[in-house]
Design a protein around this ligand. Structure first.
Ligand code: BGC
Length: 751
């Protein structure tokens, strides 16, 4: 090896030094793990594989016989490796102390929690964040979440959910990155990096968890906890890549799921967990089951009883049991009876201990328990600024026909209508366990900061008072009181801002819906208002794509504002008054009707895609084939023109794509420039288009930017029917544009 200058030599020496340090550290950790393992009884090993909920049993059926006293005893015996849903430095410290001081080996607990889009200060729901296509902002958002979560004693989040889903009936689409694999991969990486930071042993970083491995987003009919049945092409090309991206980004844990996948409960699927995840991909962290998903192998008709489910789970590589009590009750016996090799238990324990070492818990088990930090960091002003920034970037301007937006500062008579306009809870979404009720800034509060000419009428009641994490949301469909008052206000106003949508607790886990229109009397209200004043800005608050066909036809301006978290109202007001120019793009297709679901942009062609003079082509008799709003769609207060697509196949086989984008309007704007490919003919059918690159660029009014994308084999290849990644020669189509439905088109031939 030769060095051109002393600097290069210096770099090389530092690199080698760092490498040696890292290797030494790893060897050191491995030795410590082996030392510890050698001292552990079988029961203590199994204990590491056992996770208990804090003393309230919430997201699933309460496990048989579970109670605080047993858990307490088990903690003291060292039969618990982790707790979930215990928060607050005081509580965490108390349990940690119990284990560290009273159990024989004093192995610290790892504390997990669903920190999905923030702990106290909430960012937008993950689907909304994904609409920003802004990876830096998304990483920063996860960072803020980690800082607050670690300040209350937590060191592990059950996020990111990286399930791809094409079914908005499934309430959990709010928790993911949408329908696209490529976008999902980039976001998975950003979120893992945000949570885990560069050094996991720092007291303000936490371990992440990619979930739900795998294919949970394909729950049949969008029904929660339901079966998934997908082909291997979809599994390999659509579902697995975001998990792989998370693993490549160094995610420390993976959660399996509740679902059967092609007949096998994923929790008991050795092929997925051992062959693919830990084998092929070399994942070194540990796998946690989903809540009671080990015991749920009994109702699935796969395990005889709890003991058998423990055997199946352990053999399949589910390293930690969340609240099934299966391992703690039966795994030691299963090993003694020769049904589960102890080597498998050892492997699981090594993985769990490794993450604990990496978190620095063996150096200081109370590392995350600084009460002063807890006080200083929760709802910190910097965090509010950060989540507001994220909220601004997450909104999608779906339609702006009469250019009602942005509202003028001196606009007189602004009517604000809709129960959700005054809501301080709903914008927090449903995964907001750590946050406090009523802490979101409402749209009304936000707007009042910009204008004194705002008058409010709620319209008819929409949601019952009992909406919370455990209950179904009750929706009023009968009582119209409030309607007349709202209509009268609209009649006497210049412009009407209507805030309509779903309650925060209508999406999320166990919130599947069969109807995706505006709940309750909201559409009636909208129609009544539109009849007297068509100057309506419709602000939507929802956790999933909705079917808003009437709205799209009759309302000139629609802003998709999702559930934007703590700073919701401030961010929405800024967009409405033009202090921020919207830049989001849909991460999920908006269907025209529920009957079109699953509808997604990267579908395959049928053999009969084009209209025929007769009925024998692929279509619906009563609905269009196209979506209402396509994947990647989103407008701005300015316009962008695309020109000059250049495609250059280079000698090394990579493809360089250039396009010019001009801001043709009067104001600065940000555009998400999207690149799609189509592999025209291959050994297995490829989608009609696939996102393979995007860049979010800010362009001043009147200026042009030339963007360059490089496509490598990674973007051009796919998994064939033998599950091998291949790049096949032949013709490819290219499209560069501002949505999946429109752009400059070209192509090239891959040799
Ligand atoms: C969910 C998981 C979650 C776990 C712990 C389950 O019901 O499916 O995503 O992390 O509960 O709260």
């Amino acid at each position: 090896m030769t060095f051109k200058n002393p600097f290069q030599l210096g770099c090389f020496i530092s690199f080698m030094f760092l490498n040696t340090m890292l290797m030494a550290q790893t060897t050191d950790t491995n030795t410590k793990i082996e030392d510890l393992l050698a001292q552990m009884t079988l029961e203590e090993k199994v204990g590491q594989m056992n996770q208990y909920n804090g003393f309230w049993d919430v997201t699933g059926p309460a496990p048989e016989g579970g109670n605080a006293a047993i858990k307490y005893e088990h903690l003291k015996k060292g039969w618990v490796g982790s707790m979930l849903n215990v928060t607050g430095t005081e509580e965490v410290r108390k349990l940690q102390k119990l284990v560290v001081e009273e159990s024989r080996l004093g192995i610290p607990l790892i504390f997990g929690y669903d920190v999905i889009h923030g702990y106290k200060t909430l960012a937008p729901i993950p689907l909304a964040e994904s609409a920003s296509w802004d990876l830096e902002a998304i990483e920063e958002s996860a960072r803020v979440a980690a800082v607050e979560a670690s300040a209350v004693g937590l060191n592990w989040t059950f996020a990111p959910m990286v399930d791809i889903s094409r079914d908005p009936r499934w309430g959990r689409v709010m928790e993911g990155a949408g329908e696209d694999t490529y976008l999902g991969m980039q976001i998975a990486k950003a979120r893992v990096n945000g949570f885990q930071g560069k050094d996991l042993s720092q007291p303000n970083t936490i371990a992440a968890c990619a979930k739900h491995f795998a294919a949970y987003g394909f729950a049949e009919a969008g029904k929660e906890y339901n079966t998934t049945d997908i082909g291997t092409s979809t599994l390999y090309n659509t579902v697995l890549p975001p998990f792989k991206a998370a693993v490549d980004a160094g995610v420390k844990t993976v959660m399996n799921g509740f679902n059967l996948l092609n007949g096998v409960p994923v929790t008991g699927d050795a092929h997925l967990q051992r062959d693919i995840l830990k084998g092929k991909w070399g994942f070194e962290g540990f796998v946690i089951s989903d809540w009671a998903s080990i015991s749920e192998m009994v109702p699935h008709g796969i395990a005889n009883d709890l003991k058998h489910s423990a055997e199946l789970g352990a053999k399949a590589g589910s390293d930690m049991d969340m609240e099934s009590y299966a391992y703690v009750r039966h795994l030691a016996d299963l090993v003694k009876e020769g049904k589960v090799p102890e080597a498998l238990v050892d492997d699981a324990v090594r993985r769990i201990l490794k993450v604990k070492f990496e978190l620095g818990l063996f150096d200081d088990p109370y590392r995350y328990c600084d009460a002063k930090q807890e006080e200083a960091l929760l709802y910190h002003e910097d965090h509010k600024a950060s989540v507001q920034n994220m909220a601004l970037k997450s909104m999608v301007l779906l339609k702006n026909e009469n250019t009602l937006l942005p509202l003028a500062k001196d606009q007189t008579k602004i009517a604000v209508i809709g129960e959700l306009a005054a809501e301080k809870n709903s914008p927090l979404g449903s995964w907001r366990l750590g946050s406090d009720d009523g802490t979101a800034v409402s749209v009304l509060e936000g707007l009042k900061q910009f204008s004194d000419n705002v008058t409010y009428a709620s319209g008819p009641k929409v949601f019952g008072e009992n909406a919370n994490f455990l209950n179904e949301v009750v929706v009023n469909t009968e009582d119209t009181s409030g309607m007349d008052e709202a209509v009268a206000l609209a009649k006497n106003s210049e412009v009407v801002v209507m805030v309509l949508g779903e309650h925060g607790f209508q999406s999320g886990e166990a919130r599947s819906r069969t109807e995706l229109g505006l709940p309750g009397l909201q559409l009636d209200l909208l129609k009544a208002v539109q009849a007297v004043n068509p100057n309506i800005v419709l602000v939507l608050m929802n956790g999933r794509p909705l079917t808003i066909t009437w709205e799209a036809e009759h309302i000139p301006t629609i802003l998709e504002a999702w559930q934007l978290g703590t700073e919701s109202g401030n961010a929405i007001a800024k967009v409405l008054f033009g202090a921020y120019n919207p830049s989001g793009k849909l991460p999920m297709t908006f269907p025209r009707s529920v009957g079109q679901i699953p509808i997604y942009y990267n579908h395959f062609n049928t053999g009969r895609p084009n209209p025929e003079p007769n009925v024998f082509w692929s279509h619906y008799s009563d609905e269009e084939n196209t979506p209402l709003y396509p994947f990647g769609h989103g407008l701005s207060y300015t316009n962008f023109a695309y020109e000059d697509l250049k495609i250059n196949v280079r000698d090394d086989g990579t493809v360089k794509v250039n396009a010019k984008v001009t801001n043709t309007g009067d104001v600065f704007g940000e555009e998400v420039v999207q690149l799609y490919i189509q592999d025209k003919k291959a050994s297995i059918a490829r989608p009609v288009q696939e996102l393979k690159g995007f860049q979010k660029v800010g362009i001043p009014a009147g200026e042009t930017k030339t963007l360059t994308f490089i496509l490598t084999d990674k973007e051009l290849g796919f998994f064939n029917h033998k599950h091998e990644f291949v790049v096949e020669p032949g013709k490819f189509g290219i499209m560069v544009g501002g949505s999946s439905a429109d752009g400059l088109k070209g192509g090239f031939t891959k040799k």
